[in-house]
Design a protein around this ligand. Structure first.
Ligand code: GLV
Ligand code: MN
Ligand code: MN
Length: 418
């Protein structure tokens, strides 16, 4: 398999048709995709993906947390060797876009189909992966976190989704086995390398006019819930100076968050995307208010400073408003640098296909930041039109989809050979 004439390429129209078909599953009233992990739409998308694999003659192993590992049917000879993995996720944020995650799963599937069709001789197996709940309805990068660190049964039992449902109930209703979920953890010796293709979700490649992003690293991802606990009282009879209004305190925190981020670094970001109020009645002074915080920063030592800054600001505000502040933070997923050798392979693959490329970091979280703890890992970005993502307007040109998938295929084949 040397020389341009022998080079494998993806079947672009087939990949595009798959992306268009998957984008039909879970279309919500806001115009975007609502495919929260383990929802009916997510289950339908998983069933569709299994059918696509069966049609292509691929095998699928579903692990305890619901990650899919897809393989060709002809590589028994190398199957026991450390494998080259590629994948992403098909769950979405509420009212999300058609490309976030789906591109990485369907491009990896397409690469595997081409490998299955052409049966190249490889020194190690190639696998396509679909990770469970990347968007973190239950836990940040849930499926890959399970592979990297595992979750105890007690940890799983404590997880709730954004609708307030308990993970264990939803998972069991979807046919999951809790013991298997708690036993899910990957032996890093099974892996040689991992590569994920993803849309950039930001504006830089488009601004530069470049085709391919060679990702250098991924920022740390932290988050959790800050609860303010005050006192519920009558909205008409409680004088303003006798209130312990939890929502007023929460509002003060939201206003303070940009300064908290700016005090840590110019790149630090903090977002509050969900606010819940109890008891939630127009004529009751809010007794409790809970706000989610999602915070990201590239430098390891600044991530904890960011978390500490949020806590200090909330405590200060709680004191000022006469309420209590409580914190429930997830374990922060550390920042990672991606593998230099794989970056070189990706850049060379882009150049060989006449594609311009530039190195850039990822501000978004990805399963690759967990996989990088297990094996050398790389990521390929393709441009996002107007830099939009996590919204229905999210779009990538079909030519960029095909280019990215071809660079992925070249990279996987390179890594699968000695
Ligand atoms: C995943 O999309 C994330 O960055 O939250
Ligand atoms: Mn996302
Ligand atoms: Mn994603």
């Amino acid at each position: 398999m040397t020389g341009a004439s022998a080079r494998l390429s993806v079947n672009g129209p087939r990949l595009i048709a798959d992306l268009e078909t998957l984008a039909q599953i879970g279309r919500g009233p806001g115009g975007g995709l609502d495919r929260t992990s383990f929802s009916a739409a997510d289950s339908e998308a998983r069933a569709w993906l299994l059918r696509r694999c069966a049609e292509a003659g691929l095998r699928v192993h579903t692990d305890g947390i619901g990650n899919f590992v897809m393989s060709p049917d002809y590589d028994a000879e190398t199957a026991g060797r450390p494998a080259v993995w590629s994948g992403s996720h098909i769950d979405t944020v509420p009212n999300g876009g058609d490309f976030d995650g789906s591109l990485g799963v369907l491009a990896a599937l397409e690469c595997l189909r081409r490998i299955q069709e052409e049966r190249p001789t490889l020194d190690r197996p190639v696998r396509a992966i679909m990770f469970t709940d990347e968007e973190g309805n239950y836990a940040h990068l849930f499926g890959s976190s399970a592979l990297a660190r595992g979750f105890s049964r007690a940890e799983l039992e404590a997880l709730t989704g954004r609708d307030g449902d308990r993970f264990v109930d939803t998972f069991s209703a979807a046919g999951g086995d809790l013991d298997a979920a708690a036993n899910t953890k990957l032996n890093p010796a099974m892996l040689h390398a991992t590569v994920e293709l993803h849309i950039e979700q930001g504006p830089f490649l488009e601004q530069l006019g470049h085709d391919i992003g060679v990702v250098t690293g991924i920022v740390a991802l932290g988050g959790g819930v800050v609860s303010f606990l005050g006192r519920a009282d009558h909205a008409g009879t409680t004088p303003m100076d006798r209130r312990q209004n939890a929502l007023t305190a929460a509002g003060a925190l939201l206003v303070a968050l940009p300064e908290v981020a700016a005090n840590v670094s110019a790149n630090a970001v903090v977002t509050s995307g969900i606010v819940t109020v109890e008891p939630g009645s127009a004529n009751v002074v809010p007794g409790a208010a809970r706000v989610t915080v999602d915070f990201r920063e590239a430098e390891t030592h600044l991530v904890s400073a960011l978390e500490a800054g949020i806590v200090a600001a909330a405590q200060d505000i709680a004191l000022r408003y006469g309420v209590q502040a409580e914190f429930d933070f997830e374990t922060t997923i550390p920042p990672v640098l991606l593998d230099n050798g794989i970056q070189t392979v990706i850049a060379a693959a882009a150049t060989a296909r006449g594609l311009s490329h530039s190195a850039l970091p990822s501000g978004a979280g990805h399963d690759s930041q967990n996989m990088a703890q297990l094996a050398p890992t790389g990521m390929i970005f393709v441009p996002s039109i107007d830099g939009r993502s996590h919204c229905p307007e999210e779009k990538t040109a079909w030519s960029d989809v095909e280019n990215g998938a071809n660079v992925l295929l070249d990279t996987l084949l390179n890594l699968a050979r000695d």
